[in-house]
Design a binder for this molecule. Structure first.
Ligand SMILES: [Fe+2]
Ligand SMILES: [Fe+2]
Length: 172
């Protein structure tokens, strides 16, 4: 069984992961409107990853005898000033999510819920990657700032990213 508190917090995190997917899907649409298909495709992969995060928590909650309750998802921003601004927002968002995961771990420890704590460690590690991959693109865009043709090159590079679904439960 799972405590009411942990159940509520995990339901909250399912919502946060779905919002992340929604935000990145919105960024994909923005990049499509800017004729940057590689940037858009990178965001599609990111959206798919966020959906798997939500499902991972969903499955865990069910497995522990909890009850999944889906709440409404906040409308994401639709426009950004520039590709750089969008990726800076993505990086900032990932930092926020890392904070949410850390709060969840703290709660699991307070509640002495070791199974939830152990489950959450995958997310702790995943957030290190999430922050670094968004920041990597921010740095790339900053480096080529205003160089003609450079955005085209980055767009081509970002278009190479592929989605790899998690294979073994709890690992990716
Ligand atoms: Fe996530
Ligand atoms: Fe993320």
């Amino acid at each position: 069984m799972i405590s009411e508190k942990i159940q509520e917090a995990l339901n909250g995190q399912i919502n946060a992961e779905l919002y992340s997917a929604y935000l990145y899907l919105s960024m994909e649409a923005y990049f499509q409107s800017q004729n940057l298909p590689g940037f858009a495709s990178w965001m599609r992969v990111q959206t798919q990853e966020e959906l798997t995060h939500a499902i991972k928590i969903y499955d865990f909650l069910n497995e522990r005898g909890g009850r999944v309750i889906l709440k409404s998802i906040t409308e994401p921003q639709a426009e950004w000033q520039s590709p750089l601004a969008a990726f800076e927002a993505a990086y900032k968002h990932e930092q926020k999510v890392t904070g949410l995961i850390n709060d969840l771990v703290n709660l699991a420890l307070d509640e002495k819920d070791h199974a939830t704590n152990s489950f959450l460690q995958w997310f702790v590690n995943e957030q290190v990657e999430e922050e670094s991959s968004a920041d990597e693109v921010v740095q790339k865009i900053k480096m080529v700032d205003k160089a003609p043709g450079a955005m085209f090159m980055i767009d081509k590079e970002l278009g190479q990213r592929v989605f790899t679904p998690p294979t073994i439960e709890g690992e990716q």
